[in-house]
Ligand binder design. Structure first.
Ligand code: GLY
Length: 373
């Protein structure tokens, strides 16, 4: 069975360019698209127990009808799976199933599965074909696009990995119907992020009410995923390995990652997208406190995030997250700190963000103290 994508976004990277197919019911036609994009004869599907229950049978049937042989590795769901032990299990499954370099690893899942399977595909047989079938909103608009793959170290998140671009991404927006509201909302924070980075019209459209259609599964959902992917693709195309502009994608992440670390990555207290929402609201207030943008800007951003039910303040994170000094220390530990200087993504307006290097630590501390008060 083949289906027609309602949207195609191209990631333009010369010999490593690829398409992102976006639309409902894409999983049912994934086999043919994977065969065409990879020319593989066989593949390993890597997924997790939760996603497998909902979507594995559809994918397997589609691969069979496209004539692709396939084996499946089902891993536990959750961030802890992004570790050396499961990386080893995945690479061993590739080798045990006699897959060659021209065969494909197919990630069916959210960001954890995509990052882990992508890294396995980067290193097994010195680099194999790779396809992302993201099943969370966050993975559809962020982690499945742009080639960042990896696992966590006991010393921090995403510290071990490689850039390895997929050959194809298929974002089936219908699969998002099975997400919990909390998970969907957390992914929505990354959608808002693209408007705030450099697409003010997109932000205005979201804020004016398109968000309701995105949440309820209307046509706005495909539109928002496509615009988000196009926004990310444009940045990745000009800075694939994050030597410059790609850092803009970290808007909200410097504060957000610090908060995630301070709650010890306890997803019951704070999931990644929620940390990004608090972080984006803080980055806008910080920009205003530095005199970079008007008072109205952070208020507007916080109001929209609150309207969809996302947290925007330190006080919205349940339990004690620690002192302003502890938050500053967590920021210093984050990999976005380059040789000890503090780098933030700040803004002059909605959709007018920029990379600010060498932000003085005392200004950050003053701001954190005002936020904690
Ligand atoms: N998620 C940020 C990036 O892909 O660069």
């Amino acid at each position: 069975m083949t289906t027609t994508a309602t949207r195609t976004v191209r990631v333009d990277l010369a010999g490593r360019s690829y398409d992102i197919l976006i639309g409902r019911d894409q999983l049912a036609g994934a086999g043919a698209a994977i065969a065409a994009a990879t020319k593989a004869r066989g593949c390993l599907i890597v997924t997790d127990e939760v996603v497998a229950r909902h979507h594995l049978a559809t994918l397997e049937a589609s691969l069979t009808s496209a004539g692709l042989t396939h084996a499946t590795l089902v891993l536990p769901a959750g961030e802890k799976t992004k570790c050396w032990a499961y990386l080893e299990k995945t690479t061993e499954a590739i080798i045990a199933n006699k897959l060659e370099r021209g065969d494909a690893v197919v990630a069916l899942g959210g960001g954890v599965i995509g990052d882990l399977a992508g890294f396995a595909s980067a290193i097994a047989r010195r680099g194999m074909r790779f396809v992302q079938l993201p099943t969370s909103l966050l993975a559809q608009v962020d982690s499945s696009v742009g080639g960042k793959t990896g696992i966590n170290s006991p010393l921090g998140k995403n510290l071990i990995g490689a850039f390895h671009q997929p050959n194809l991404v298929i974002a089936d927006t219908g699969v998002l119907d099975t997400l919990s509201m909390r998970e969907f909302r957390a992914g929505y924070a990354e959608v808002v992020k693209y408007g705030l980075i450099d697409r003010p019209e997109f932000y205005h459209w979201l804020e004016a009410g398109a968000w309701r259609g995105i949440f309820s599964g209307g046509p706005e959902r495909e539109e928002a995923v496509a615009i988000s992917c196009a926004a990310k693709a444009a940045i990745v195309a000009r800075d694939e390995t994050e030597t410059g502009d790609r850092a803009l994608l970290n808007l909200g992440h410097t504060f957000g990652h610090a908060l995630e670390a301070l709650v010890h990555y306890d997803g019951a207290r704070l999931v990644h997208g929620e940390g990004v929402a608090v972080g984006m609201a803080m980055a806008h207030r910080f920009s205003q406190s530095l005199g970079l943008c008007s008072q109205e800007i952070p208020s507007r951003v916080a109001a929209h995030l609150q309207e969809v039910g996302l947290p925007t303040k330190l006080q919205d994170v349940p339990g004690d997250i620690g002192s302003p000094e502890a938050i500053l220390e967590a920021i210093r530990q984050d990999k976005k700190v380059s040789r000890g200087t503090l780098t933030f993504i700040l803004t002059r307006d909605i959709g007018a963000s920029f990379i600010a290097k060498d932000v003085p630590a005392d200004k950050v501390l003053d701001f954190l103290r005002s936020e904690a008060a």
